[in-house]
Design a protein around this ligand. Structure first.
Ligand SMILES: C[S@@+](CC[C@H](N)C(=O)[O-])C[C@H]1O[C@@H](n2cnc3c(N)ncnc32)[C@H](O)[C@@H]1O
Length: 245
């Protein structure tokens, strides 16, 4: 279990500064972000043209970067947290320190926009979605994952999840969780037909990971639990949609 170093309100972005040393520890407080980054990258095809651009909104420390290797994108990350952006830059990401609700990039510049574990942290997630869709070129791809605005999600992601060593305590404000139908409708309003599917970490993988971690066997290659699809979007879900036009 890992608490933020000081007592801060839920979802306070300064928590990411306190946890800066955790980002790239595969068994650290952000472990689950590593598993989700791999799954998110699985939704991104090889670039269809030279010099294709992937804009990673709320990129954090750039955990998506290793999973994009060989796919042919320039990886540009946007985030509020400077301590995370420094680490993203060290992993080859071109970084922009900005709010995802007002991104200083040209409309239609992106072949892919990724928004991993971001929207549930943004008080005005609709503005972030509008920006994500604005950045996409016609035919461009939006990929995202987030937490649903349900009682089950609050139970699993906050009350249970934040007691496990895979999620920092206090990192979520459940009032910001994003209803999947509202998200699909908002994307449609901005020209992106989003399809969503429920995902979860594979239970046996998580139990084995927790057991290894308890024995102090950390960072074993290939030992990360896989993210698999599940029948319900009620907790964690991925979205994938193409910009019309
Ligand atoms: C849970 S982390 C996810 C990071 C990364 N996408 C990943 O999956 O590893 C959320 C990130 O969103 C950033 N963030 C939250 N609100 C933001 C905003 N309004 N504008 C830009 N970045 C924001 C935080 O600084 C943090 O790096």
């Amino acid at each position: 279990m890992r608490d933020a170093g000081r007592t801060l309100p839920r979802n306070d972005p300064r928590q990411y500064d306190d946890l800066a040393g955790e980002w790239w520890r595969p068994d650290g407080a952000f472990a689950m972000l590593h598993w989700l980054a791999e799954a998110r990258a699985g939704l991104v095809p090889v670039a269809s043209r030279p010099d294709a651009l992937l804009v990673d909104l709320g990129c954090g420390a750039g955990l998506l970067a290793p999973h994009l290797e060989g796919k042919g994108y320039r990886h540009l990350g946007v985030d509020l947290t400077v301590s995370a952006l420094r680490q993203a830059a060290a992993h080859g990401v071109t970084v922009v320190n900005a709010d995802v609700t007002a991104v200083p990039l040209e409309s239609g510049c992106a072949d892919v926009v990724a928004a991993g574990e971001l929207l549930e942290h943004v008080p005005d997630w609709r503005r972030a979605v509008a920006e994500a869709c604005r950045l996409l070129r016609p035919g461009g791809l939006l990929v995202l994952d987030t937490l649903n605005d349900t009682a089950l999600s609050r139970l699993i992601a906050v009350h249970i999840g934040e007691r496990l060593p895979t999620v920092p305590r206090g990192i979520h404000d459940p009032r910001l969780f994003v209803d999947d139908r509202a998200l699909v409708a908002e994307c449609a309003r901005h020209g992106v037909d989003l399809r969503v599917r429920g995902v979860r970490p594979q239970l046996t993988g998580v139990l084995a990971w927790l057991a290894r971690r308890a024995r102090g066997v950390t960072g074993a290659p290939g030992a990360a639990p896989r993210i698999v699809s599940t029948w319900s979007t009620a907790v964690l879900y991925q979205g994938r949609g193409v910009r019309r036009g």
